[in-house]
Design a protein around this ligand. Structure first.
Ligand code: GLU
Length: 420
């Protein structure tokens, strides 16, 4: 698959426009602004991987460290055929803002490899994952930069990566990566944390807006880790009826609601939600424009743009994906009264429990799932109200409010450190 030049352009320019807007409102110091507008460090790597048929294939990978003023760089690694350095730059900056909105002592980074993991065997995937770590290891470390899962990377991939790094160091250094399996120092509650954090935000948003969500409709774009757990928890914790879900192979719709267990079983068997018995196949465009209380974009960036924003009927958009909405679409949605829970807040449950995982690894002392969830809920609520309060005091939409919270904190840290 060829890179999509439009998406490359869009995610990076989106992230820059978002910062520009916040910087103008808070009258950010010009030097601080210059520092924050670009990544502090970038690593481009070339990976030679032995394939099952005996050939060697070359892959290109990246690790971008956006800013570490508030703590070590943190952020996931994506394996995607359309990966580009521009997308990774945008995503790395979003991690800086996300850790800052959550007020966890970390900075922002992101990594990626241009590959299609669906076409790789488990052995090839393992050798690719280990090669990535060998080439980036000098950039990484529990006090430097701590990767995690992201699009198409899994706890098993994190396990191979933690192992490779530990072998290179000569002792176990599991804390170098988060999102690991429980048996290797993973945290209880990490697997559903991204979706769970978003669900806690929706609960607060519904209270703020005076909306009753029980039996209301929801639609979910994307059925990876975030999207599938959002389906489960939207039903369990909010009583929502999920009437449509999608993945890269198709979208399904059922007006009476879809069962998480049944859709998941179908996806496990066939590899996709598409073709789910009794559901109607609809297009991705139709899914995004359904008349629902909550719309979850939980796949990739730049899916709500000026081309479709005016057709969105959802009352709340819960951004579990990174960067799903462009700045032009933000304006349209805000004017139409759509309440956006921005990605920096909505999907920050993942990195927050990653931070809990780092703390547990450092102490060698592990918490129960209940303890993790309780701490996560507290963190999500605090961040939600920090953003709400900024939105009110500056009379701006939630994304801009989240940026203001985040940029002020990072700028303060840089100032204290004497960077400007
Ligand atoms: N990839 C996730 C994100 O975009 C999690 C990052 C992490 O846990 O470090 O927030």
């Amino acid at each position: 698959m060829k890179p999509n030049p439009q998406t490359e352009e869009l995610s990076y320019s989106t992230s820059q426009k978002q910062l520009d807007e916040a910087a103008a409102i808070i009258k950010l110091d010009p030097v601080a602004y210059e520092l924050l507008r670009r990544p502090m460090r970038e690593l481009h790597v070339t990976l030679a991987v032995k394939m099952d048929n005996g050939s060697t294939k070359i892959f290109q990978g990246f690790r971008v460290q956006h800013n570490n003023a508030r703590g070590p760089n943190k952020g996931g690694i994506r394996f995607h055929p359309n990966e580009t350095i521009d997308t990774i730059r945008a995503l790395a900056s979003w991690m800086t803002w996300k850790t800052s909105v959550m007020d966890i002592p970390l900075g922002g980074a992101k990594g990626g490899v241009i590959c299609d993991p669906k076409t790789l065997s488990p052995g090839e995937l393992e050798r690719l994952s280990r090669a990535y770590i060998r080439q980036t290891a000098s950039f990484l470390g529990t006090e430097k930069d701590i990767p995690a899962p992201d699009v198409y990377t899994t706890p098993q991939i994190m396990a191979w990566m933690a192992d490779e790094y530990s072998i290179m160091q000569g002792n176990n250094k599991f804390g170098v990566i988060t999102g690991k399996p429980l048996a290797l120092g993973g945290s209880a509650g990490r697997s559903d944390a991204t979706a769970r954090g978003g669900i806690y935000c929706i609960r607060e948003a519904a209270l703020t807006l005076g909306i009753n969500l029980t039996e209301s409709r929801a639609a979910i774009q994307g059925y990876g880790n975030a999207g599938s757990y959002a389906h489960k928890l939207a039903v369990e914790l909010l009583g929502l009826k999920v009437i449509a879900v999608s993945d890269s192979k198709g979208c399904i719709y059922h007006p009476e609601g879809l069962s998480y267990e049944k859709v998941m079983a179908h996806k496990k068997k066939t590899g996709s939600v598409a073709g789910f018995p009794s559901a109607i196949a609809i297009s991705d465009k139709e899914l995004l424009e359904l008349d629902v209380a909550v719309l979850f974009p939980a796949a990739l960036d730049s899916v709500i743009t000026d081309a479709n924003a005016m057709n969105i009927k959802a009352k709340i958009i819960a951004e579990l994906a990174n960067g799903p909405t462009t700045p032009e679409a933000d304006t349209v949605l805000y004017n139409n009264g759509v309440y956006i829970i921005p990605d920096l807040l909505c999907n920050a449950g993942g990195v927050t429990v990653s931070y809990f995982e780092m703390v547990q690894n450092a102490y060698g002392y592990y918490w129960s799932e209940d303890e993790v969830q309780e701490r996560l809920e507290k963190k999500m609520k605090t961040a939600f109200f920090a953003v709400e309060q900024k939105a009110r005091s500056y009379n701006v939409h939630n994304r801009l409010a989240a940026y203001i919270v985040a940029v002020e904190r990072v700028a303060d840290a840089m100032k204290l450190r004497g960077w400007y």
